[in-house]
Design a protein. Structure first.
Length: 304
């Protein structure tokens, strides 16, 4: 991820090395290169426009800083603006005053929600919490089973509808809203302090899916709604994120498949267009491949 963007930006900044003063033309040429690099990395057009306008304005107005040469100054500005579009500060899960803290997962099918549910539960367990997983994805054959497998691996119990009944049967008869509600009640009764509710995703955004997710949200009043998005989806990230934001008003973003060779555009666009922070990054298929997302570290990696 970001290798190509990183190389392009580094090459651009190299051209500024040794320059004692930057003319407006130098700044414009640099900003043009940054714009091309971001567009080629699949960053959404409005995000690129806003980003480059800010960098240009700050670079032209930059106060003289004796410690930095003009090239370094632009790198510093780009770094700071990258941190801003990645969501600013690291944002941690808001724990409920009265447990359980309810976390709902939403996103397209294949985004990595069920995998993430296992990772997040394991991570929370490692921090001393006692999570419960709830299988409210009754759409995809096997989703319940997959969550049960992940729960077992993570050492976290799973609340599932009709245990022992085939997933085909569940998808035909199960009511995901009722399952989500019952799962949260179970967490409360069994004194779990965090409950993670996995919900259904479909291949594309559709009204029925969104209504179901909105109904689940209304039924369980989550403290966090995490929108899980595959970093590989490129330019589609923005439309998908907007649709989910409208549908379920998510509180944070989880980027998955950051280990892949995605060009990074989704990562840079989603937080910016929705104004919601990226909270976690998923970096592989294993339960350990998961980390808190730090905007400053990610920006540093891009400018490495
Ligand atoms: P869901 O439909 O949203 O629940 O998606 P799944 O959790 O079933 O994930 C879809 C596929 O992506 C599975 O094959 C996962 O193993 C894989 N996957 C999930 N997260 C990651 C990740 O961060 N990196 C990679 N490489 N694969 C992932």
């Amino acid at each position: 991820m970001f290798n190509s963007l990183s190389d392009r930006l580094t090459a651009t900044f190299k051209n500024l090395r040794g320059k004692g003063r930057l003319t407006e033309a130098d700044v414009d040429a640099t900003v043009r290169e940054i714009r091309r690099a971001l567009l080629d990395a699949d960053v959404a057009v409005p995000v690129v426009r806003e980003f480059t306008a800010k960098v240009r304005e700050r670079a032209l107005g930059a106060e003289v800083n004796a410690a930095l040469n003009p090239g370094q100054q632009i790198v510093k500005i780009v770094n700071e603006e990258l941190v801003v579009i990645l969501g600013g500060q690291t944002r941690r899960i808001r724990l409920a005053k009265n447990p359980p803290t309810v976390i709902m997962l939403a996103g397209l099918q294949g985004a990595g929600k069920t995998t993430l549910a296992g990772k997040l539960s394991k991570w929370l367990k490692g921090q001393g919490h006692s999570p419960l997983l709830v299988a409210a994805d009754l759409q995809r054959p096997n989703a319940v089973k997959q969550l049960q497998v992940n729960g077992e691996r993570a050492g976290v119990p799973v609340f599932a509808p009709h245990p022992g009944v085939s997933s085909e049967f569940e998808s035909a008869t199960g009511d995901p809203v009722a399952v989500a509600r019952a799962g949260v009640a179970e967490a409360r009764a069994k004194l779990h302090d965090v409950v993670i509710v996995d919900t259904a995703g479909r291949l594309g955004v559709d009204a029925e899916l969104m209504q179901q997710a909105a109904d689940i949200r209304a039924a369980i009043s989550p403290d966090e709604v995490l929108f899980v998005i595959d970093a590989m989806i490129g330019q589609d990230a923005v439309t998908t994120a907007r649709a989910f934001d409208e549908g379920v008003n998510f509180t944070g973003v989880v980027l998955t498949k950051l280990d892949g060779d995605a060009r990074g555009g989704a990562a840079l666009s989603v937080a910016s267009v929705t104004g919601k922070p990226v909270m976690f990054a998923s970096t592989g298929e294993g339960l350990e491949d998961f980390e808190l997302f730090h905007p400053d570290r990610m920006a540093g990696r891009i400018l490495d």
